[in-house]
Write a protein that binds this ligand. Structure first.
Ligand code: BGC
Length: 736
């Protein structure tokens, strides 16, 4: 059945191309490799055609006027070459579902929970299914390129895009991003890993100049990109807005030519972020495609590039390579043979998948006296704050998704024009209040919006249990001012907790927040931005229909004073700018050598300081144990541990193995992990491969594992002493 469809659509594209007088180069036969097909098509291009695939436009009519007929309103469009059977590229943002481009396209899409929630599942299979789901929806809307695959590490928890990414650890983020990319590309779409690299704050995002040493770069965020690329094989890489060592990331010979193309052998293409190309010279430094070109000072990769190629052999060679790379990705994903077909979307099925992600990603942080699950124990419940009567929060910016029937609620955040359009707080239509009320058959449920503390306190005092929904909205182009909950919510929670000892806090935040009220509360859930059916997912966890199994993908610090940069560089002078206004600006230097490779929990281990909640942490309604850790060396080191459910309910845990001593040097690195579902009393022996790069240091031209004894622990978080095992490893060198 599938095969017939495949041949059918391939034949249709070929027939359409032939009708338009297309010349299909001989080597484009379906059995030829993507490389051979790309080379043949590139060779058949006229000079004018050579600068068609190298530049795209913003696909937003309100910004750029009428679009070409075959464009779809979205993030971008790159014209095809019908004569050669090359399809146009129709690009949409889709980190967390197909985005709605500031309201320009009114059709809805399934909102996934935020990247942090996805990472908190520690479940690559689920990330893969979620990627395939978004890609399916994008195809049904006519897109063939997804700008999805964000893997920037959480070096800075105040980063306004923390919610889009996958936490602070290169292994976890790389594995999860790789799985999601593979899921996307299984649907004949190109996925885009982004934003290469060190795009770790939004304040002055165009002018930040990152200082980072070679070892620190390779061992931290570049490793996350490398793992994601190896596992997902994305057709494109998007370079970032910021500068790295004095050069714009999209004009960085180091990042684009040396690291990804030379050292990693990356064969796809590099597209720019929208409005990040400084000039035509970026082509020589490894950039293959100028995206959203109207947002740059000029269209560099059109006539200007063609002229350069006529005069200069280096540009001519690059132009051939640029086209081949783009074509290769088109052919590898099968964009020409499997064009997207507009059609209906099964929102019920996709919503159920989104809910599954939310349920596995919610992290139970505190549960005093097993107050949760709530089932049957309360006669009256006060639900307070967070617009819980309407829906669940989502993050703002280019990744914003509009649900199937539009948002439940929009809270404007100010600004003018496109900034106002893109930046507003949107709540998905999944009311936690309704979901709680539906489950609390005997309980009397009242709601207070929390604007007046005294009113909320009265309601809390009169109830058996108070559930406070606290929100921290984040959006692209804006960083959080600090890690407190905004708008007086910390005071609200403290007052409610004083009035009712059975206070449960549900956090809907982009990333880590501090919790000055923690000791007074009975339970805390980190629900992140929980997506299309987030209200249901939260209620199912609260009432025990789902046993929480999420684990933190990032450290929650006790205060900003514990961070490597207690003051976020440039925050005081930052302005939200969706489109950068023209003109030169001084660089904003940011020193990533302070923490180097020691991001997040590694920083806390280095500084011997305890966070509020460590990386990897999460509670359950059952209990688990780990025993009998063994580690073997050799070319492919492995860790094996027995994991047991020692409680009375079925549940899932994550076996986490950390390297704690590397040839006599103290360290802390997540070396392997595996999510395991276990029935009560069940135990399982789990074997995990350890990526040798996690045992190595970057040494000059490649990786080096120093010879010596390697000590590991199997632990329930980055702070847990766990159970130990060690292995002796000989010195070993590995290529980049
Ligand atoms: C964002 C990218 C996004 C692009 C296109 C940029 O502002 O940084 O993540 O893919 O816009 O919408």
């Amino acid at each position: 059945m599938l095969k017939t469809k495949w041949i059918g659509s391939a034949a249709a594209v070929l027939a359409a191309a032939m009708l338009q007088g297309a010349i299909i180069p001989a080597a484009t036969g379906q059995s030829a490799s993507p490389d051979a097909r790309a080379a043949a098509t590139e060779a058949a291009m006229t000079e004018d055609e050579r600068t068609l695939l190298t530049r795209g436009i913003v696909a937003i009519p309100a910004l750029v006027g009428p679009l070409p007929e075959d464009a779809v309103i979205g993030a971008g469009y790159v014209p095809g070459i019908p004569r050669l059977g090359v399809p146009a590229l129709t690009e949409t943002d889709a980190s967390l579902g197909v985005s709605f481009v500031g309201g320009m396209r009114s059709d809805g899409a399934t909102a996934l929970p935020s990247g942090m929630a996805i990472a908190a599942t520690w479940n690559p299979e689920l990330a893969n299914a979620a990627g395939a789901m978004i890609a399916g929806e994008a195809r049904a809307k006519g897109f063939n390129v997804l700008l999805a695959g964000g893997v920037n590490l959480m070096r800075e928890p105040r980063n306004g895009r923390t919610f889009e990414y996958l936490g602070e650890d290169p292994l976890l983020a790389g594995v999860m991003a790789g799985a999601s990319i593979a899921g996307i590309q299984s649907q004949h779409m190109i996925a885009t890993v982004k934003h290469l690299a060190f795009n770790n704050q939004e304040s002055h995002r165009h002018d930040v100049d990152v200082k980072i040493g070679e070892a620190a770069a390779r061992e931290s965020e570049l490793l996350a990109f490398q793992i994601a690329i190896e596992r997902g094989n994305p057709g494109s890489v998007m370079c970032a807005y910021n500068k790295v060592r004095g050069h714009k990331a999209c004009d960085s010979d180091y990042l684009l030519n040396q690291v990804i193309k030379r050292d990693w052998g990356y064969k796809g293409f590099v597209m720019s972020d929208w409005g990040s190309v400084p000039g035509v010279g970026a082509a020589l430094n490894g950039l293959d495609q100028q995206s959203g070109s109207q947002l740059d000072a000029a269209l560099f990769f059109g006539t200007e590039l063609a002229e350069k190629a006529r005069e200069d052999a280096a540009y001519a060679a690059r132009l051939r390579d640029m086209n081949r790379r783009i074509l290769r990705s088109i052919y590898a994903a099968g964009l020409d043979r499997h064009p997207p077909v507009k059609g209906p979307i099964d929102f019920a099925a996709n919503g159920a998948l989104s809910r599954q992600v939310a349920e596995q990603g919610i992290v139970l942080l505190k549960n005093r006296g097993d107050i949760l699950p709530l089932a049957g124990s309360a006669n009256s419940i006060a639900v307070i704050g967070g617009y819980a009567d309407s829906g669940v929060l989502s993050g703002g910016g280019s990744s914003q998704v509009h649900g199937a029937d539009g948002p439940a609620l929009i809270v404007p955040m100010g600004g003018e024009g496109i900034t106002a359009m893109v930046l507003n707080q949107q709540y998905h239509r999944s009311s936690p209040l309704k979901a709680i009320a539906a489950r609390a058959a005997v309980a009397d449920v009242v709601y207070r919006d929390g604007r007046y503390i005294s009113e909320a306190v009265t309601a809390a005092r009169q109830a058996d249990v108070a559930i406070v929904f606290a929100t921290q909205w984040q959006g692209e182009v804006l960083d959080a001012g600090d890690l407190n909950l905004p708008s007086g919510q910390d005071e609200l929670i403290a007052a409610i907790a004083r009035a009712n000892p059975n206070t449960i806090v549900v956090l809907e935040t982009g990333g880590p927040v501090v919790m000055p009220w923690l000791d007074q509360t009975a339970a805390v859930l980190a629900a992140w931005y929980p997506g299309a059916q987030g209200g249901e997912a939260i209620a199912r966890v609260l009432f025990g229909e789902v046993n929480p199994s999420g684990r933190l993908p990032a450290t929650f610090p006790a205060s900003t004073a514990q961070l490597p940069r207690p003051v976020l560089d440039g925050l005081a002078t930052a302005k939200p700018e969706i489109i950068r206004s023209p003109g030169a600006r001084p660089p904003v230097p940011v020193d990533y050598d302070i923490d180097g490779s020691d991001i997040g929990y590694r920083w806390f281990a280095r500084k011997k300081q305890s966070p509020l909640f460590p990386f990897g942490f999460g509670l359950s309604y059952t209990s688990f144990s780990q025993s009998a850790l063994t580690v073997t060396g050799g070319k492919q080191p492995r860790a094996t541990v027995t994991v047991a459910n020692t409680g009375k309910r079925a549940g899932a845990t994550v076996a986490q193995v950390y390297l704690v001593s590397q040839a006599g040097r103290d360290t802390r690195r997540l070396a392997a992990f595996q999510r395991v579902e276990l029935a009560p009393g069940e135990s399982r022996r789990v074997t995990m491969s350890i990526d040798p790069r996690l045992l190595a240091n970057w040494a000059g031209q490649g990786w080096q594992i120093p010879g010596g004894t390697y000590r590991f622990v199997a632990a329930s978080s980055a702070e847990d002493p766990g159970i130990a095992a060690q292995v002796w490893l000989p010195e070993r060198r590995m290529k980049p």
